[in-house]
Design a protein around this ligand. Structure first.
Ligand code: SF4
Length: 545
């Protein structure tokens, strides 16, 4: 797909934003320079041929802190550096000599064979670490560069990859964890996800985007579609039948924006081409000068959806798209926890680890439990949970018990079910506060003090303003920052956002949690703080949740 020689109408910020389509091809910052100097995908050969043999000290800094990300590798945070020093240390002072490795699981589906390979890699190379992320990836820690080629060999032998799991490129494509089995699904979009991954992931046409590009494709609204760069959601057109409604320009972090509908209906077979058109607009017109403005959401906000659609149709697709209706959205999030009937008469069982934290040993035990109950696959959810698919009805209760025995709860309390946490200070170099252990402690405390409750209160814990665990979309969103402690010194704490929710949770009027200046808590006081909030809510509510 070529860039048109005639640019679209001049955007408001036509000059100085680094858009390639407007002739700004010279890098305007260090990140753009790194990408221009060498395509980040090329770093794989250096890892395999040089760095894996010569070790951590041999790695070129531009590869280490830049291009490695295109292969799912981030240096992890050196242990013992507190959050107060995050912003004042040089990047190399924060680097441990081990890596986080992100395995992308496009569509969230894993066969038992794939699950076992991830589990073995975790126990053999990653000190038994593993986290299910809120984007359906699995993250491993403590990886040595010496082991990366062997890990790739094992992953790729079973159809998994780390290609472009991080970096300024097309990240994992989210898909419904019940695609192909849900009784409520009309069209299974898995073929479109597979085509996109096959055609565009690891493709140098799209390996230098202004920043990351997040996608989801699902018939059901069972994912955070409003906060992606591009989302396709299932919809029935009265004239043309089932297809997909296109949303663009969502994203959280420090300038949160909700995705907007373009008002078009896209049949399944055209989803990959339309996806390619949108990512091409981002590549060509996206802002590259300032990193914090380099997400698609800023372009969509400046252009508006009408102009965005016009450019997509005229410059990239060469045809008009069909006007489409809005999809019907559920009135609360769908997380698939519990036991549910599939359309083929079998069942799926959704279970919750606590804040997504698992381990290689646990995943290995999971594979055994799953196999013993007649299934050969699982799926991951964008809420840090997992599902066992294709279970015969008579085996479901035994499976629930078996999962409980390995620390995965199919009938969790609200607190365990609805709490997520990002990576945090344990491994993340940008973190200001600890998150995972705090999340586990919080869930245990709320279960002990409040028991289970007949309300859905979501809690998203984030270690810094980057909002990887979607601070702004929870009932109680927690943003890690330093706060003033009881003795006047700065300590780890959280800014609190209250009352956020996605469109599906708020009858299509999606909103972000309100950040109130006074709402802060120290990390130490977090359990009491959330308990007080929950009690106040439960005492004061006037109707069913
Ligand atoms: Fe790291 Fe911040 Fe993202 Fe948490 S929100 S994983 S601390 S960058």
């Amino acid at each position: 797909m070529a860039v048109s020689s005639t640019p679209a109408r001049s955007p408001r910020r036509a000059r100085g934003e680094g858009q390639w389509a407007l002739g700004h091809r010279e890098p305007l910052n260090a990140n753009e320079r790194t990408k221009k100097d060498d395509d980040p995908l090329n770093v794989r050969a250096r890892i395999e041929n040089i760095y894996a043999h010569r070790g951590f000290a041999s790695i070129d800094p531009a590869d280490l802190r830049g291009r490695f990300r295109w292969w799912g590798l981030y240096t992890q945070r050196k242990a013992g550096i507190d959050g107060g020093r995050t912003a004042i240390l040089e990047p190399h002072e924060l680097d441990d000599e081990h890596f986080m490795l992100r395995v992308r699981v496009d569509g969230g589906q894993l066969s038992l064979e794939q699950l076992r390979v991830i589990a073995q890699i975790s126990t053999e190379f990653a000190r038994d670490s593993a986290d299910i992320t809120d984007r359906q990836n699995i993250q491993l820690h403590w990886i040595r560069v010496e082991d990366v080629p062997e890990i790739w060999r094992r992953l790729e032998a079973v159809g998994l990859q780390t290609t472009e799991a991080c970096g300024d490129c097309p990240r994992v494509v989210l898909g419904s964890p019940v695609a192909g089995v849900s009784a409520d699904e009309v069209v299974d979009p898995t073929p479109a996800i597979d085509t996109i991954v096959e055609r565009f992931v690891g493709n140098k046409e799209f390996s230098n985007l202004p920043r990351k590009f997040k996608s989801s494709i699902s018939w059901l609204a069972d994912m955070p579609y409003e906060v992606n760069d591009i989302s396709f959601l299932g919809v029935e057109h009265t004239d043309y039948g089932p297809g997909f409604d296109l949303w663009v320009g969502g994203g959280l972090s420090t300038n949160p924006m909700l995705a907007q509908r373009l008002g078009v209906w896209v049949p399944l077979e055209e989803v990959p081409d339309v996806w390619e058109g949108v990512v091409s607009i981002f590549r060509d017109y996206g802002y590259r000068r300032l990193r914090h403005r380099a997400r698609l959401k800023f372009l969509v906000a400046d252009w508006g959806v009408e102009k965005f659609r016009e450019v997509l149709e005229k410059e990239y697709l060469g045809r008009s798209l069909v006007d489409g209706p809005a999809p019907a959205l559920p009135d609360k999030p769908i997380d698939h926890i519990g036991v549910h009937r599939q359309r083929d008469g079998r069942y799926y069982v959704g279970a919750a680890p606590v804040v997504g934290r698992v381990s290689g040993s646990q995943l290995s035990a999971l594979a055994d439990v799953v196999e013993a109950h007649g299934s050969d696959r699982v799926s991951l959810t964008p809420y840090q949970k997992l599902l066992v698919l294709d279970v015969p009805e008579e085996r479901t209760e035994s499976l629930v018990t078996g999962l409980r025995g390995i620390g995965l709860e199919a009938r969790p309390s609200n607190w365990r079910r609805a709490t997520m946490a990002c990576t945090g200070i344990e491994y993340c170099k940008l973190a200001i506060v600890e998150t995972k252990a705090r999340g586990q402690e919080l869930v245990a405390r709320l279960e002990e003090r409040l028991g289970d409750i007949d309300a859905d209160i979501t809690i998203n814990i984030n270690g810094c303003p980057n909002a990887c665990a979607r601070t702004q979309t929870a009932d109680i969103g927690l943003k890690g920052q330093l706060v003033v402690g009881p003795d006047g010194r700065q300590v780890e704490g959280f800014q609190v956002h209250l009352g956020g929710g996605l469109g599906m949770a708020q009858g299509q009027t999606a909103g972000f949690g309100r950040k109130l200046r006074g709402l802060k808590t120290t990390a130490e006081e977090l359990p009491e703080y959330v308990e007080r909030l929950a009690r106040r809510y439960l005492d004061g509510r006037t109707g069913p949740d």
